[in-house]
Design a protein around this ligand. Structure first.
Ligand SMILES: NC(=O)N[C@@H](O)C(=O)O
Ligand code: NI
Length: 169
């Protein structure tokens, strides 16, 4: 019986530039537009990501995902996409986490990317971006999740053979 060779993927640091084709990175970065508000007591990092949830009568949902880490090395056994809306994950704790994505369109695993996000970084998957479900690292982690509610199916899911393994740094 033929056994398929495993491919080890080492996560890369998450940056806005590297993530651009997949979505937005949500962080209080030097490149953000910053407004001083509230009598000078608040710095508003303005308009960091595009919430795209209105297709087909959709509306925004604000959720909390409490996610248990998978055993390492993490095998990528699924990818999904949301054809009708964006999906944002903002960590509520201080724990880094993993982000696994591939470009929109037909799923092409040669274009698979794995990012290690820091606690100060959120991600917003654009509509149709392929991604793995929320991946905590080491400890149970909470994420604020902003995505689409509404009519119609909004999740295309593909099962994979698990030969792509994430070697966490
Ligand atoms: N299923 C669900 O609500 N979550 C996934 O879409 C995910 O990306 O974690
Ligand atoms: Ni999703």
């Amino acid at each position: 019986m033929m056994t398929k060779k495993c491919q080890l993927i080492r996560p890369e640091p998450l940056t806005s530039a590297a993530f651009r084709e997949f979505g937005d990175v949500i962080e209080a970065s030097d490149s953000a537009k910053v407004l001083t508000i509230n009598q000078g007591y608040t710095q508003r990092y303005h308009d960091l990501a595009t919430v795209d949830v209105s297709d087909h009568g959709g509306h925004a949902l604000i959720n909390i995902f409490r996610t248990t880490p998978l055993a390492q090395p993490i095998a990528i056994k699924m990818m999904e996409r949301h054809p009708k809306g964006s999906q944002a994950f903002i960590p509520l704790g201080q724990q880094p986490y993993l982000v696994v994505v591939a470009p929109k369109g037909d799923l092409d695993l040669t274009q698979l990317r794995v990012f290690k996000a820091s606690a100060g970084q959120g991600v917003n998957y654009h509509k149709g971006t392929w991604h793995h479900f929320c991946l905590a690292l080491d400890v149970e982690s909470d994420f604020l999740v902003i995505d689409r509610g509404g009519p119609g199916d909004n999740c295309d899911l593909v099962t994979l053979d698990g030969t792509h393994l994430i070697v966490a740094n």
